[in-house]
Design a protein around this ligand. Structure first.
Ligand SMILES: NC(=O)C1=CN([C@@H]2O[C@H](COP(=O)(O)OP(=O)(O)OC[C@H]3O[C@@H](n4cnc5c(N)ncnc54)[C@H](OP(=O)(O)O)[C@@H]3O)[C@@H](O)[C@H]2O)C=CC1
Ligand SMILES: Nc1nc(=O)c2c([nH]1)NC[C@@H]1CN(c3ccc(C(=O)N[C@@H](CCC(=O)O)C(=O)O)cc3)C=[N+]21
Length: 282
């Protein structure tokens, strides 16, 4: 068998086109502000991609760039101004931040109703208690891709590799809510390969280039590769050895062109959701 390649770029384009249509029918433009501090080169690419996609879909989007030496209090004051600005529906503070700024303080300062990353404790708490809130973009994008791939979720054995606050944990929660049988594996797991091999749905979010080898992938598994890493040759690769996984998986996402574009599309989806919720639509 050779796996079907799940085209995240195409799915993201369709999602964004749907958002553009909905926004064209509104009497206002949902507002997104992306805050970038310093010059992290990877952030530069993502922030530009977000801005371009947001503007194309009809959002009122802009990036606010603070210098690398900005103090935590400068950023907190900026967040407070965005919180009270009625034109702003979504606030995203690009991570990582420079070392003098504590990310948890900044995330806690964002109005949960404008927290389009879904990182605030209020939104994280809503996710685990199954209340309606803003859901982190990357796991939300993965769920879209699984549905597009025609995956049967109910009762499926899902394995999530990685347990970060922004990807692994919310990912496991969403899979659980979709009635998967979920296993989370991490750096203390004994025999990672064996755990992964049992997965019917395998989501890799570890940040280790090509950690998941071909023989970690069960026959017919659906493999979602969240990782975005540069390998020794400077090439962009995922957490899964793509060529090795291809003959075993039923479907697999590529890197680039898989989960990454979905993260941006879901950021826009969250911004529209936040804009409607703030105006009393549900
Ligand atoms: N496509 C997209 O839109 C996005 C992609 N990413 C990418 O996804 C990847 C993961 O990101 P993120 O979740 O933020 O990363 P973190 O570094 O926050 O978390 C990594 C997780 O993987 C686990 N881990 C690390 N090494 C190993 C190992 N050798 N074996 C088993 N488990 C391991 C860690 O375990 P432990 O908890 O035990 O330390 C941790 O839970 C990165 O490549 C990142 O660039 C991230 C966000 C968005
Ligand atoms: N507050 C915050 N929220 C985030 O969601 C957030 C963040 N900080 N910091 C960094 C990570 C990473 N991230 C990506 C977004 C898009 C692509 C993406 O579009 N990737 C494309 C292109 C990749 C390329 O060519 O470099 C692809 O995979 O095809 C990747 C990664 C969001 N993150």
């Amino acid at each position: 068998m050779t796996a079907r390649i799940i085209d995240g770029k195409a799915v993201a384009e369709r999602l964004r086109a749907g958002l553009a249509t909905r926004i064209a029918g509104l009497h206002f433009r949902p507002g997104l502000r992306v805050v970038r501090v310093g010059e992290d080169p990877a952030s530069g690419v993502y922030v530009r991609n977000k801005d371009r996609a947001a503007l194309a879909a009809g959002f009122d989007s802009s990036t606010i760039h603070l210098p690398a030496e900005a103090r935590e209090s400068d950023l907190l004051m900026l967040v407070e101004n965005l919180n009270i600005d009625p034109a702003v529906d979504g606030i995203l503070v690009q991570l990582p931040l420079p070392p003098q700024i504590r990310p948890e303080m900044v995330i806690a300062a964002i109005d949960p109703a404008k927290d389009v990353d879904g990182f605030h404790t209020v939104n994280a708490g809503k996710l685990v208690t199954r209340q309606h809130g803003l859901v982190p973009c990357t796991p939300k994008g993965v769920m879209h891709l699984l549905r597009e791939a025609g995956a049967t979720l109910r009762g499926a054995r899902a394995v999530v590799l990685g347990r970060s606050q922004i990807v692994g944990r919310p990912m496991a929660q969403l899979l659980l809510d979709a009635d998967c049988t979920v296993t989370m594996v991490h750096s203390n797991t004994r025999d990672l390969a064996a755990e992964c091999r049992r997965a019917e749905i395998l989501v890799a979010a570890v940040g280790k280039p090509e950690l998941v080898r071909g023989d970690w992938v069960g026959e017919g598994a659906i493999v979602i590769d969240v990782g975005i890493n540069r390998n020794a040759a400077g090439k962009l690769v995922g957490d899964v050895a793509f060529a090795e996984a291809l003959p075993r998986a039923a479907a697999i996402t590529p890197v680039p062109g898989g989960v990454g574009p979905m993260t941006i599309a879901c950021l826009l989806e969250n911004t529209l959701e936040a804009a409607l919720a703030r105006r009393g639509h549900t």
